[in-house]
Ligand binder design. Sequence first.
Ligand SMILES: [Zn+2]
Length: 445
Amino acid sequence: MKIGLEIHVQLPTKTKMFCSCPAVGAAGPNEHICPGCMGMPGTRPALNRAAVDIGIKLARLLNCSIPDVMWFNRKIYFYPDLCRHYQITQYETPVGLKGEYYLGKKRIGITRAHLEEDPGSMERSGDGSLVDYNRSGMPLVEIVTDPDISSPAEAREFLTFLLKDIRHVIDLPSDGERSIRVDCNISVGTERCEVKNVTGLKNVERALTYEAVRQTKILRSGGRIVRETRHYDEERKVTTAARKKEYEGDYAYIGEPNLGSINVRRIADRIETKESPLSMAMRLQKEFGLEEKAAKQIVNTSVKLAELFEHFARKTGKENALKWISGPISSNWRSLEKDADTKKDGLTDIVVRFMNGEINDVECSMLLKAYITGEDLRSMEKNNADLDALIRKAIAGNPSVVDDYRGNEKAGNSIIGTVMKETRGAYPSSDIVETTKKILDEMIR
Ligand SMILES: [Zn+2]
């Protein structure tokens, strides 16, 4: 099965792509419109530089090459929501070309990423159609992937991570999942179908799954897949045929003379881009010799946690940084996240005391937790002592566990289970697991 996606990301600019109409939702239809985005004769487009900047940032995020000079094209077709009868888009010189994205070890090629304007939208009403041009001229980046995705679940996973990364680089609204629209190309055999305009990641997975099953059934019964564009019906959760698929040759492209050529290299040189989480994970591996899994785990928890790791690694060395970041700091990350910047030096000081031998493992762990959560150290100590006693009691009630544990670490699970049952959520399960292991390790020593 081969899946390729065309992802339309709506860019968070103040104004539309080629005019000064606001690029935010309007109260009613046809409110944010002007002769420019209505395509009236005599108007000329003026390029929104903010959209170009964002395009460059996204191209970099996707490891695309950026051309020295780019221009826009008119994609000519007739449809009522496109009142100019052409859409201004990019054809020969997309802002990003031939990139790649890694989903774990899986490489997904990026064919291109180009800037374009959205057309208006249509709504069926009674026996006619209503057109709303509020959306006409909204700035988009369309990201086109190679057909490298091998399942509907992988498509959803890819989009989840991609969205997270995009949100790290640009200010996508928090309901960003709905502000992207995806055209899904899928082929089970040799011919592909395209499911147009799917919004929401869950729907992408559902539409693709439906298509995969539909195509497989046709092929199994000796039928032939017809190349066509389909729609996804969110209510009925099915795809339906819309029209025969257009080929690129069905569209006419000509250069857009009103915008001229843009020296995008010069603009790109001036734009600083935040490091993407993916390249950050790769850099941590290289710079600090982290295992790939550890680096990704830290970065995927939060880029801020990874920054804290770097701070720790510089002050206390990689081993200590890894031990404490992936231990007590990760497990209390939710409490720490918003104060991470102000508390980082205090946390480092505690670990330095551990390195100097002033406090032991357990004390360091407790001090870190107390500092992060603001919990009282004495009640924490009492809690820990109580838990300690409970676990020892459980072991005393089932002493053969100690010998079994010597041969197989899993033998400790029965004690963990007993204590969890008895304490009914009074202690975090990670504390019970850690303390049980610690005590059993001591006993077999
Ligand atoms: Zn306008």
